[in-house]
Design a protein around this ligand. Sequence first.
Ligand code: ADP
Length: 328
Amino acid sequence: MADKKITRVGVLTSGGDSPGMNAAIRAVVRTSLFHGLEVFGIMRGYSGMVENDIISMNSRSVANIIQRGGTILKTARCKEFYEYEGRKKAYDNLKSRGIDALVVIGGDGSFQGAEKFSKEFDIPCIGLPGTIDKDIAGTDFTIGFDTAVNTAVEAIDKIRDTMEAHDRLFIVEVMGRDAGYIALHSGIATGAENIVIPETKTDIEEIIQSLTEKEKRKKLVNLIVIAEGGEFGDAYKLSAIIKERIPTSDTRVCILGHIQRGGSPSCHDRLIASHMGYYAVESLLLGRYNVMVGVINNKIHYLPLEKAVKEKQKIGQEWMKIVKILAS
Ligand code: ADP
């Protein structure tokens, strides 16, 4: 805890966008105004800080955005912020407006930037986890994950209709370069026969064997959900292996791609974004600085920014066992 009088709060979204970021911005702005603080929106993540693209915000600035995907403040990756000179420029721009605290909505990279910045220039920062991948330590949920996974489920349900009609094997690739949560959750929810994720070792022989066995008993409709960038590279690589080993299988690939990032946030994402946004400002006012606001077991949880890193290996083998039993 620290003791510093906060009067002007800057809010920004940084890194990859995720549905619910607008709900978080709205909560930060309105909670700040409620406490008599001034609020500034920083455009395009740290780029707006470095380039002085900063706007004053009032209650109306965030009207009618809770249901909108993307981010009204836009987001970006900013090379200059990795360097001290860039961060100094950003600090001078904040100082010229009297901004004395920051709320950063983004992923672990954005938090690392915030942590460095805060230490160098004594600007208290609060992080809110905005990423569809749900792979950040210190929170059970990240803003955007629930929407992304529901988008994937809706798309896979549609694909299943055509799979069933043609007796096909479909390999659906979902987002999650380093994290398999979208693949795991959407795969279980759509009854996938196999799920391939970076956190667990995949036994290709076991997949081939189970497909061959299912083919023998005329279970020709099979769904494999794979996280991008897994052990096999991508869905096309996995498809090539299966086609080579089981030439009779009618295999198709579908890559869901960026539809998983967009769209109106789910009720759950709007709720956690509103909750986290509110507690970000409360935390600043209580002098609890340089933490990420998360939710663990339905309770608000604060984690020092330097610990809010990508978290791996939380998906246990138990889940994969359940997937196989339920899809047999
Ligand atoms: P995410 O926040 O989604 O993980 P990035 O890793 O791309 O996305 O980070 C977003 C931005 O945060 C970067 O473009 C950069 O401006 C800033 N940033 C990330 N890591 C650092 C770091 N180690 N030092 C300073 N700034 C950083």
